[in-house]
Design a protein around this ligand. Structure first.
Ligand SMILES: NC(=O)c1ccc[n+]([C@@H]2O[C@H](COP(=O)([O-])OP(=O)(O)OC[C@H]3O[C@@H](n4cnc5c(N)ncnc54)[C@H](OP(=O)(O)O)[C@@H]3O)[C@@H](O)[C@H]2O)c1
Length: 251
């Protein structure tokens, strides 16, 4: 895809990978709208980049999601790229039953339902645009699940399947579908889990990761991995099982 001349909506664009993508699309000469739940973070992002457009929205909330779509289509008629990046991650122990899952944020709504519904809601608009694209952010954990994060891993495996399926369905409409598959990146994701793992550090910044992602987007690579996730596309079931054992015996 062309990186310039787009109008891009990035969910969860005020921090981490989403913010780095916002900066990269702005630098390439695209117009960028970001959303998230924390107004203060959105305003901070706009202070850094006055050209950014911001909208407070909880993408897991049906009414707020509908209002976002209505607002963005009416205010930004040229919108041609949706980046489903917003995500949450939690360690959840199912040996305690369902209690822990029900006690915290619902990863299924944020990570899986919201991207699916936002994609569907925006297809009628995107299909009228030249160079339309949907970019969904999954995770290496969608291919190699983390035993400590069963629901998160399942949502990201779901995003992978969704990307494959709609890539085929939307191709005749001229809408490209990309899957970005981050490895561990140093962001604000799952602070409790990272603290429990001794202040886990990946030594990979969002900026470095996104610089590589943008190159692959420009080259129309449909499934974009980096470092540990770069080989997932060609991994065999035996490779994935081996990585599953290695990763989950470390944690
Ligand atoms: N960091 C990693 O190691 C890693 C690895 C693989 C995949 N990923 C994926 O990368 C994506 C970005 O995460 P990140 O690592 O950059 O973490 P992050 O810095 O925590 O960014 C996540 C963003 O999503 C927003 N968000 C969360 N829930 C939302 C909701 N209900 N509605 C709207 N916005 C919401 C957050 O803003 P508010 O809290 O203000 O809403 C935040 O800006 C996620 O999909 C994540 O699963 C990350």
């Amino acid at each position: 895809m062309e990186l310039s001349g787009n109008t891009v909506l990035i969910t969860g664009g005020a921090s981490g990978i989403g913010y780095a993508m916002a900066e990269a699309f702005l630098a390439a000469g695209s117009e960028v709208i970001i959303c998230g739940r924390r107004e203060a973070r959105l305003q901070e992002a706009r202070q850094q980049h006055p050209k950014l457009h911001v909208k407070r929205c909880d993408v897991a909330n049906e009414q707020e999601r509908a209002a976002l779509v209505e607002w963005v289509v009416s205010q930004f008629g040229n919108l041609n790229v949706l980046v489903n990046n917003a995500g949450v991650q939690r360690d959840i122990d199912f040996s305690n039953g369902i209690t822990e899952f029900l006690a915290g944020e619902n990863e299924i709504r944020v990570n899986l339902e919201a991207p699916i519904i936002l994609s569907g809601m925006l297809v009628p608009h995107l299909k009228t645009k030249q160079a339309a694209a949907i970019i969904n952010v999954s995770s290496g954990l969608g291919f190699i699940p983390a035993a400590k994060m069963p629901v998160y891993s399942a949502t990201k495996a779901g995003i992978h399947a969704f990307c494959m399926a709609i890539r085929r369905q939307l191709q005749p409409l001229g809408i490209k579908v990309f899957e970005v598959i981050p490895p561990a990146v140093d962001t604000e994701l799952n602070p409790q889990g990272r603290a429990q793992r001794g202040g886990f550090k990946a030594n990979l910044s969002s900026t470095e990761f996104v610089a590589a992602v943008m190159k692959d987007l420009a080259n129309d690579v449909p499934e974009i991995g980096y470092a540990m996730t770069a080989g997932l596309r060609n991994a065999s079931r035996a490779d994935l099982d081996k990585s599953f054992e290695q990763m989950n015996s470390r944690w």
